[in-house]
Design a protein around this ligand. Structure first.
Ligand SMILES: Cc1cc2nc3c(=O)[nH]c(=O)nc-3n(C[C@H](O)[C@H](O)[C@H](O)COP(=O)(O)O)c2cc1C
Length: 166
């Protein structure tokens, strides 16, 4: 049986929006669950794993999940972040995630910007650790948008095709 899981961690809903767009785009048997609710991954032939970038990295809950993925499990990673898409600051968390999940078979990665609440931004921008990405985060305020959701859906369909080929 071939079943796809879309699982995510979110604090303010951006990553969940992308997860839901991916879920809608995929044909076949599928489930969507917050990472807290995933107990066993053995029934899934493909897993999409999504998280927000936190302090240049992967939130702790997702780190734990990625590390325990079984060898050769087919997965795809997606993230949302305040920094500009493609910037080093947005890429480094995905790179870390690929290292954490290095036993798994990573079929692709996707990322887009996600808005940060003005209150959080105000506080975070005062700390030196967060200065670099918070300077870019104004441009995230309308994201994820329709274009981001469509790109995530195209990415997801492509990953599903890849997963059925290999
Ligand atoms: C505590 C905290 C730390 C963050 N650290 C980063 C960061 O290092 N780099 C970045 O690009 N965005 C960072 N962000 C922005 C979030 O990644 C972004 O807003 C994301 O879309 C939130 O996703 P969510 O709504 O699914 O929680 C941070 C946000 C918070 C609240």
């Amino acid at each position: 049986m071939s079943m796809t899981l879309i699982t995510y961690y979110t604090q303010t809903g951006n990553t969940q929006q992308i997860a839901e767009a991916i879920y809608e785009a995929l044909g076949g048997k599928k489930e969507i669950k917050p990472v807290d609710e995933v107990t066993d991954v053995k029934n899934y032939s493909l897993i999409f794993v999504g998280f927000p970038v936190h302090s240049h990295s992967v939130p702790y809950k997702m780190e734990t999940f990625l590390k325990q993925l079984p060898s050769r499990k087919k997965i795809a990673l997606f993230s949302t972040h305040g920094s500009l898409t493609g910037s080093r600051l947005s890429r480094e968390a995905l790179e870390h995630a690929t290292v954490l999940a290095s036993k798994a078979k990573i079929l692709g990665t996707f990322s887009c910007q996600g808005k940060v609440s003005p209150e959080a931004l105000e506080i975070l921008s005062k700390s030196p650790e967060h200065k670099a990405w918070t300077e870019m985060a104004a441009s995230a305020r309308r994201h994820p948008d329709e274009k981001d959701r469509k790109s995530a859906q195209n990415f997801a369909r492509w990953v599903l095709t890849l997963s059925s080929q290999k």
